[in-house]
Design a protein around this ligand. Structure first.
Ligand code: 9WN
Length: 423
C-alpha cells in the first residue's frame, strides 16, 4: 500500500504541468515532444482545471484553433520550429497556416469538455466557452463518421498507428506486414536521442510509419481519399469507445446548453457505435479485439485497446468480464494495467505500447469500471498508479513487472492523471 504524501504529490504534479506550459498550449515533455499533441492536451486540461480553470479551457481552445476546414483535428500542432522531433512539419507538408500533422488522435475532447463544464467554479465562463467549442467538436465527430466509416458500419478506422496513440502495439503487427517500405526518403530519428532506443518502436516500425505518411502526403492529405487508399485500416475498440463516450458527453453538454440538434446527432452516433462495438467482442479473451477492416478479421492480440471500451456505456456483463480479465492480469504483473497481456509471448515489459503501464489508460479504465460498479478493481488500479508515482516519479510509462520509469521524464499527462487520482 502506498504511503504517498498527497499534498506534496499534488504540488509536484502541478510543478510538472507548469514546467511544460508554453502559455496557450502544453508540451508532453521537453526535449522528446516539443509541440502540442491532441489527446495529451485534453488530459492536460483536466489537470490544469484543478488550479487554473481559465488556463484549462485555453488548452483545448488552442487545439481547436488548428482544426482543419474539413473538421479533422490534427494529432500534432507545430507551434514553433524545433528540430528535436522527427517527423517535423516539412515531412508532413500539410500546407496549414500553422503547420500540423495530417492525421488525428483519440478524441478525448468530448469527455474533457463535459468534465470541465460540469466541474466549473465559474459557471458563466464555462457556459460561454463550452458553447463556442460545441460546434467544433461536433464537426470533428461528424468528420470521423464521414471519412473513417465510409460504408456506415458505425465504427471508425484508424489509418496510422500514431492515430491510436498506441504507436507500436502488437495489435498492428499483422497489418504492418502489408505496409511496404520501398521508396521512403532516408531519415534520421530523433526520439532515440532523447529516450532509450530499447524502450521505443523499432526501425522496421518507423519505416512503415513513414511510408504511410508519405503515401497520404502523395494524396494531398485529401481525407475523402485516404481511407480507401490505405493498406492500414484498423477498427480499434479503444479508439471507438473514446469516440462513443465523447459523442454521449457532447450530447449531454448540448442538452444543457439548449442545442437539441447537436444533442440528437451525437446521441445517435453513440447509440449506433455501442451496438456496432459488439462485433469486436471476444468471449475467449474476455475483452474486445481490433478488427482489420482490409481482411474483415479480428486481430488475435489481447492489448489494452480491448479493455478501454469499459470507458463507454457497454453492456453490464461486458464491463463485469473486463473487470475479471484485469484481475487475471493482476496475477501476472506487479503493477496495473499493462498495455498488453503478459501471458502473450509477444509481451515486452519495456517497449512502449507492447507491455508498459500508461497512466492515461489506467484513468479511462478506472472511470469506466467505477461507473459500472466495479469499484474494487478500479481502486486497485488507482493504488497501482499512485505506487508507480511514488516509486518512479512522473514518467511517460512504466515497466509493469518492476515499476521502473521508462521513456521521457517529467511527463505532463502523467502528472495530470495523478491530480485526478488524488481527487
Ligand atoms: C507520435 C505525445 C505522444 C502520445 C502518443 C505516444 C507518443 C508520438 C511519438 O507520444 O507518440 O504521436 O513520436 O512517439 O505514443 O500516445 O500522444 O505524448
Amino acid at each position: 500500500m502506498t504511503t504517498l504524501d498527497k499534498s506534496r504529490t499534488f504540488d509536484l504534479a502541478v510543478d510538472v504541468l507548469k514546467e511544460n506550459d508554453r502559455g496557450s498550449y502544453t508540451v508532453p515533455t521537453k526535449g522528446l515532444y516539443p509541440f502540442q499533441w491532441n489527446w495529451d492536451s485534453c488530459f492536460t486540461a483536466l489537470g490544469q482545471n484543478y488550479y487554473d480553470e481559465d488556463r484549462a479551457w485555453t488548452e483545448i481552445e488552442t487545439l481547436f484553433d488548428h482544426q482543419w476546414p474539413d473538421g479533422m483535428v490534427p494529432h500534432i500542432v507545430f507551434h514553433v520550429r524545433d528540430d528535436g522531433y522527427f517527423p517535423g512539419p516539412d515531412v508532413w507538408a500539410t500546407g496549414r497556416p500553422t503547420p500540423t500533422s495530417g492525421i488525428t488522435q483519440p478524441p478525448i475532447a468530448g469527455f474533457a469538455l463535459r468534465q470541465m463544464f460540469e466541474r466549473a467554479g465559474d459557471k458563466a465562463a464555462a457556459e460561454r466557452r463550452a458553447r463556442a467549442l460545441l460546434p467544433k467538436i461536433d464537426k470533428w465527430f461528424a468528420w470521423f463518421y464521414a471519412n473513417r466509416d465510409p460504408h456506415g458500419e458505425g465504427l471508425v478506422a484508424i489509418l496510422h498507428p500514431w492515430e491510436a496513440g498506441r504507436d507500436n502495439s502488437i495489435d498492428w503487427d499483422e497489418a504492418f506486414e502489408r505496409v511496404p517500405t520501398q521508396g521512403i526518403t532516408p531519415y534520421t530519428r530523433r526520439d532515440t536521442q532523447h529516450a532509450d532506443p530499447s524502450h521505443r518502436p523499432t526501425k522496421a516500425q518507423y519505416d512503415r510509419y513513414l511510408w504511410l505518411v508519405e503515401h497520404f502526403r502523395g494524396l494531398g492529405w485529401d481525407n475523402s481519399k485516404l481511407h480507401d487508399a490505405s493498406p492500414f485500416q484498423i477498427v480499434d475498440p479503444g479508439f471507438n469507445a473514446i469516440l462513443i463516450r465523447g459523442c454521449a458527453d457532447l450530447a449531454a453538454v448540448a442538452e444543457a446548453l439548449g442545442e437539441p440538434g447537436i444533442a440528437a446527432a451525437n446521441r445517435a452516433r453513440a447509440d449506433r457505435g455501442l451496438v456496432a462495438l459488439e462485433r469486436l467482442w471476444s468471449e475467449w479473451h474476455g475483452q474486445y479485439l481490433c478488427l482489420d477492416r482490409t481482411t474483415g478479421r479480428l486481430v488475435d492480440s489481447a492489448s489494452i485497446g480491448g479493455l478501454l471500451p469499459v470507458f463507454a456505456a457497454i453492456p453490464a456483463e461486458r464491463a463485469r468480464t473486463i473487470a475479471r480479465t484485469i484481475e487475471t492480469i493482476a496475477g501476472r504483473a506487479k503493477y496495473l494495467v499493462p498495455s498488453h497481456d503478459p501471458a502473450d509471448t509477444r509481451f515486452d515489459a519495456k517497449r512502449y505500447w507492447r507491455g508498459p503501464v500508461w497512466l492515461v489508460c489506467n484513468y479511462l479504465i478506472v472511470d469506466g469500471l467505477s461507473a459500472a460498479g466495479e469499484k474494487p478493481v478500479a481502486d486497485r488500479i488507482i493504488a497501482s498508479s499512485l505506487e508507480l508515482i511514488e516509486k518512479s516519479g512522473f514518467a511517460e510509462y512504466y515497466d509493469p513487472m518492476t515499476g521502473e520509469p521508462l521513456g521521457g521524464g517529467r511527463f505532463t499527462w502523467t502528472a495530470a492523471m495523478v491530480l485526478e487520482f488524488l481527487d
